[in-house]
Design a protein around this ligand. Structure first.
Ligand SMILES: CC(=O)SCCNC(=O)CCNC(=O)[C@H](O)C(C)(C)COP(=O)(O)OP(=O)(O)OC[C@H]1O[C@@H](n2cnc3c(N)ncnc32)[C@H](O)[C@@H]1OP(=O)(O)O
Ligand SMILES: O=C([O-])CC(=O)C(=O)O
Length: 452
């Protein structure tokens, strides 16, 4: 049966499902339910303690939220300082960040060298995995393929369910090391089987950084420049972690808290990150920008852009979601420090690649979106460009195809997820089980012959 035929067959059930799953928004207030686990002022409900990441986007004064410029800390250290540190030394930063997130402090030179060696040694996939799990079962969606590959790894692991720290750490290190390979191979399989392109399966390397290795595996001729690898490395560093409350880290923590295996928890986190309101927004920004470009005559005409953004917010344009992708954040108000850094990179690259007209359009949208949002939604909520707004623009200048934008986010965020899994498992050690209030009346069971 085709989907079209099934839709026709189940249309009655669709109506039932739609009409019987509505919760009146007024009831959330009535019962004091924190919808989306948010307090009335938009701040998150305190759900746990963490030492891994800290996101700061506002100050609180007398219970009032005071907007502020954003800051991000990994294990207490400002990400800006971390970036300055490794860039000044002309080193790659991502592996150092994984070390910091997992083990709590910055590595010494020799500790970092040893960790890099361990990552390099763990890049290989199990025997037959590429052929049986990736090439024989490609997917049009790389995030879907990545999640399936992570789950499939379970059956290649001799100790998949052993949750002792040593074994869990081994699994985490292997996942951090293997994510770029899984993504690169999934992409090559997709390009070949879905897009009719030639198939390139490059062997992995042990001595390159994560960013270099990924570009090596991705490019047909294995070639990349040092500055390209450094830029990708920066993107990985900026995407590696965002506190315990972001949707995919929280997913990792919720699933881990049941005591389940590493692969189940990480596959769930990948599913979360794929969502268009989370990591999937980077590709959505690209699609939105294509749509805006196709519908606007003059890319510098602010009035024309404003009117199109209004239509987007009113669900009359783009994908009908009503969202301006890449804008807004649960914590940041005036700025997301990662978006600020990525914008600088995007600007420099736009000059180099003669793409200033496009960059300017991004900039105008970034400038106008908060005003239009306030006007159309009648909201006092501060919204700013988030990490997903400029990242795709940067990736496009590295000739990275759009279907890899969110998977690259996953290649970075696996570092944070692993740290949160370990902290949840050994630090919190309680099954996460909040309450849901039932708002339905009790009813008697009716025998089938008596039902209308
Ligand atoms: C890596 C990351 O995950 S960064 C975020 C990536 N996501 C995006 O860029 C998608 C666009 N942005 C959004 O959807 C939101 O800003 C989020 C989900 C990121 C954060 O949302 P929150 O700050 O929690 O806002 P919340 O969900 O409370 O929304 C309040 C209202 O503002 C609206 N809103 C928030 N951001 C936007 C936006 N960018 N465009 C349109 N409306 C928005 C919501 O739809 C909601 O409207 P409603 O009351 O009519 O339903
Ligand atoms: O923190 C959040 O809600 C979203 C997130 O993961 C990020 O911005 O990197």
């Amino acid at each position: 049966m085709s989907n079209k035929e099934i839709f026709k067959r189940i249309s009655k059930f669709t109506n039932l499902a739609e009409n019987n799953n509505k919760i009146d928004p007024v009831l959330y207030d009535k019962f004091g339910v924190k919808r989306g686990l948010r307090n009335k002022n938009g701040t998150g409900v305190l759900a746990g303690l963490t030492e891994i990441g800290n996101v700061s986007g506002y100050a609180m004064e007398d219970g009032e939220k005071i907007p502020a410029h954003g800051q991000l800390f990994y294990r207490g250290i400002d990400v800006k300082d971390i970036v300055d540190g490794f860039q000044e030394d002309e080193r790659f930063g991502f592996e150092e960040i994984c070390y910091l997130l997992l083990f709590g402090s910055l590595p010494t030179k020799s500790e970092l060298e040893e960790f890099n060696e361990v990552l390099g040694e763990n890049r290989d996939l199990p025997d037959g995995f590429t052929e049986d799990m990736i090439l024989k079962a490609p997917s049009s969606d790389i995030m879907n393929k990545l999640a399936r590959s992570v789950l499939a790894t379970y059956s290649y692991d001799e100790e998949p369910d052993d949750t002792t720290i040593n074994n869990m750490l081994r699994q985490c290190i292997q996942l951090i090391a293997r994510f770029p390979i899984l993504v690169a191979y999934a992409f090559q399989a997709k390009s070949h089987y879905y897009d009719d392109k030639s198939l390139y399966i490059h062997n992995t390397t042990t001595n390159l950084s994560t960013a270099e290795n990924f570009l090596h595996m991705l490019r047909m001729d294995n070639n990349f420049t040092k500055s390209e690898a450094e830029l990708l490395d920066l993107c990985l560093v900026l995407h590696a972690e965002h506190g315990g409350g972001n949707n995919s880290a929280f997913t990792t923590r919720v699933v881990s808290s049941s005591g389940t295996d590493t692969y189940s928890a990480i596959a769930a986190a990948i599913g979360s990150l794929k969502g268009p309101k989370h990591g999937g927004a980077n590709n959505k920004v690209r699609q939105m920008m294509e749509d805006i470009k196709a519908h606007i005559n003059n890319w510098e005409d602010k009035a024309e852009i404003e009117s199109y953004l209004t239509k987007i917010l009113r669900k009359e344009a783009n994908d009908g979601s009503g969202l301006i992708y890449g804008m807004g954040h649960a914590i940041y108000t005036l700025s997301d420090p990662r978006a600020v850094m990525l914008k600088k990179k995007a600007h420099a690259l736009a000059i180099e690649k003669d793409m200033m007209k496009e960059f300017r359009l991004y900039e105008i949208i970034e400038e106008l979106a908060p005003e239009v949002f306030a006007k159309v939604k009648g909201s006092t909520k501060d919204i700013c460009a988030n990490v997903d707004f400029y990242s795709g623009f940067v990736y496009s200048m590295l000739q990275i195809p759009p279907e890899l934008y969110t998977p690259i986010f996953a290649i970075a965020r696996i570092g944070g997820w692993c740290a949160h899994r370990i902290e949840e498992f050994y630090g919190a050690n309680r099954i996460i089980r909040p309450a849901y209030r039932s708002i339905t009346d009790y009813r008697n069971y009716t025998k089938i012959k008596e039902r209308a």
